[in-house]
Design a protein around this ligand. Structure first.
Ligand code: ADP
Length: 355
């Protein structure tokens, strides 16, 4: 059985932090929105701020960009304190959920805007716009106006506009949320590819766990103005360190000590356990899966509900007074179990998380 470790959002010890946050604090009125946030992010790292709506993700991003003043704390980039610099002197690019393009300018002029503000000469501007548009695969759309583009294309223009000034850090606030699922998937892959190619230190905000897990080197899970836990997708998913993380990540089953004792067939005192639905195994007339190495004694139950989630089937099982979700692979119509069927549930004890 695994136990938890405290959150300490620092970069890999072998790399010195490129972006360093210390004691970042922000309140609106009496309500704290960011509470002493510390974080170290390595150069070229792709970090996602994940968490429910209202937990402070955008506020943190905006504080780093200099768009929202902080009450306390320090921000360093590459060893330089930028806490008191105005946004335009921070060398940080930002992409928002709603593309915020200038509707009356062509795609090329939108992308060139940041260079024009910096008084870069016309010849260099042209060359860099060409490069930036090629990077986001929009080179044939330079003369179009934003309203002639799809949502996904507009977001790629916004990305090119943020990248053209060669920022030290890229901040992205729910950039894919307004797009439909298929385009979102494609743009995710493209975005990650570009980020890797440029080795660009990136902070990406989303409330979508799957998106965070697909994209990130590391995920910072936020809740109520704190970083609750950080780590790669695998560690966050399989080793949540608190009930708050369990409640956000996956579809964990949560058991108190008495319930866990019944399920695991041994006495467990004063602790709370979480178990992923795929760490429970159903044995029935229709299915006799290979059990894990440490399967527990098994618990007799009945199927109370069934949810088809594509390749996964999620069963709700009532089991000797316990109620739990169990996920199985959808192997086809004949293997589906119906409501009321008798089953035996085995728990993979090694996967139980002590909270
Ligand atoms: P998230 O990005 O995680 O959804 P936000 O950072 O946007 O969360 O907001 C965090 C909290 O701060 C929310 O409760 C929100 O209502 C509040 N908040 C954000 N901006 C302001 C503002 N300008 N004035 C007052 N409250 C705000």
């Amino acid at each position: 059985m695994t136990s938890s470790s405290p959150a300490s959002p620092t970069a890999d010890a072998s790399t010195s932090p490129y972006l360093r946050l210390r004691g970042v604090h922000k309140s609106y009125g009496d309500t704290p929105v960011l509470q002493s946030i510390d974080a170290d992010i390595a150069r070229g790292e792709f970090v996602t701020l994940l968490g429910p709506s209202g937990c402070g993700k955008s506020t943190l991003l905006r504080a780093i960009a200099g768009l929202t003043p902080m009450d306390a704390g320090d921000i360093e980039v590459a060893g330089e304190t930028i806490t008191h610099l105005p946004p335009q002197r921070r060398d940080i690019g930002m992409v928002f959920q709603h593309y915020a393009l200038f509707p009356n300018m062509s795609v090329a002029d939108n992308v060139a805007f940041g260079l024009k503000m910096r008084r870069v000469d016309a010849a260099e501007r042209r060359e860099r716009v060409e490069q930036a548009l090629a990077l986001v695969e929009l080179d044939t759309h330079a003369l179009k106006s934003p309203h002639q583009l799809s949502g996904g294309q507009r977001q790629r223009v916004a990305l090119a506009r943020a990248l053209i000034t060669r920022p030290r850090i890229l901040l992205m606030d729910e950039p894919l949320s307004a797009l439909d699922a298929k385009i979102r998937q494609h743009l995710r892959e493209q975005l990650r590819e570009i980020q890797r190619q440029l080795q660009l230190t990136t902070l990406f905000v989303t409330h979508d766990q799957e998106e965070a897990m697909m994209l990130s080197d590391r995920i910072f899970l936020m809740g109520e103005g704190h970083i609750l836990q950080h780590g790669d997708a695998e560690s966050l998913y399989t080793r949540p360190n608190s009930e708050a993380v369990v409640n956000f990540v996956g579809a964990y089953n949560r058991f108190d000590a008495e319930q866990a004792s019944r399920l695991l067939g041994r006495d467990i005192e004063g602790q709370c356990f979480a178990l992923r639905p795929e760490a429970l195994y159903l044995v029935s007339e229709k299915s006799a899966p290979a059990l894990p190495a440490n399967p527990g004694p098994g618990c007799r139950g009945t199927i109370a509900a069934r949810q088809l989630l594509g390749s996964i089937v999620r069963y709700r099982i009532e089991c000797e007074g316990l109620s739990m979700n169990v996920d199985t692979l959808n192997r086809g119509v004949r293997s589906l179990m119906t409501r009321g069927s008798d089953v035996v549930v085995h728990a993979d004890i090694d996967e139980a998380r002590l909270l």
